[in-house]
Ligand binder design. Structure first.
Ligand code: PGA
Length: 243
């Protein structure tokens, strides 16, 4: 089964997340091993009985200090997280996060023993130079630049910005060829295969055809993870593909 990760963004309430967690917990435990949900930070502890993995939606690039309102990677790990999204396009856009900062966040995640899920992708105006944009976003991880660092566990998520929240997912061919390019570029940097997810308007309707794409290792789901029944449909598509 391929990995299925939900990104709640700034949605939900304490009671809705408790109900959501209890509902998802009823799925087969082998299936849940390949599921992660990134709840809003204040609700992570409330979901500590989750039988699926928990993820943070962002972490700070430094270990600790006078950064009011921020959350460190270690704090997320203390709250039971195994994963953390870094560099989501909404963070890049609304919080002006650049590639260097995102790289530092991934390092902090690594130091806290979290698996960073590094989000990359071109926006609408960059479609013509998509490969240059992706190469630049990935190259920040080039060990030639940061030779001392070594990621034991890391994932990348290809999320074309124009496909996020629009109901207009990239075509299967676009996902295939772009994720192939990302994988090949990552192999050059890390020396081994790094999992690549696809995100951007994944739904119960298109999940099967997207998850069948050979060059992706899973999906990152935003809007369609909020209703637990829709998210379960996507999880079940992935679980069935194993059989
Ligand atoms: P979406 O969001 O599934 O609503 O398009 C994906 C994401 O932002 O990670």
């Amino acid at each position: 089964m391929k990995f299925v990760c939900g990104n709640f963004k700034m949605n939900g309430s304490l009671s809705s997340i408790l109900t959501y967690t209890n509902t998802l917990n009823t799925l087969d435990s082998n299936v849940l091993k390949n599921v992660c949900v990134c709840f809003p930070t204040p609700f992570l502890l409330a979901a500590k009985n989750a039988l699926f993995s928990l993820g943070g939606q962002n972490c700070h690039q430094l270990k600790d200090g006078a950064y009011t309102g921020e959350t460190s990677a270690k704090m997320l790990a203390d709250c039971g997280c195994k994963y953390v999204l870094v560099g989501h396009s909404e963070r890049r856009k609304y919080n002006s996060e650049d590639d260097k900062t995102i790289y530092m966040k991934a390092i902090e995640a690594h130091n806290a023993k979290l698996t960073p899920i590094v989000c990359i992708g071109e926006n609408e105006s960059q479609i013509d130079k998509k490969y240059d944009v992706l190469r630049r976003q990935i190259m920040e991880f080039n060990p030639k630049v940061y030779s001392e660092e070594n990621f034991s566990s890391i994932m990348f998520a290809y999320e074309p910005v124009w496909a996020i929240g629009t109901g207009r997912a990239a075509t299967l061919q676009e996902i295939h060829s772009t994720c192939e390019f990302i994988s090949e570029t990552l192999i050059k940097i890390f020396g081994n295969k790094i999992p690549v997810l696809y995100g951007g308007s994944v739904s119960p309707k298109n999940a099967e055809s997207i998850l069948e794409i050979k060059t992706i290792d899973g999906v990152l789901v935003g809007g369609n993870c909020l209703a637990v029944d829709k998210f379960e449909e996507i999880i079940n598509v992935s679980a069935r593909m194993d059989a």
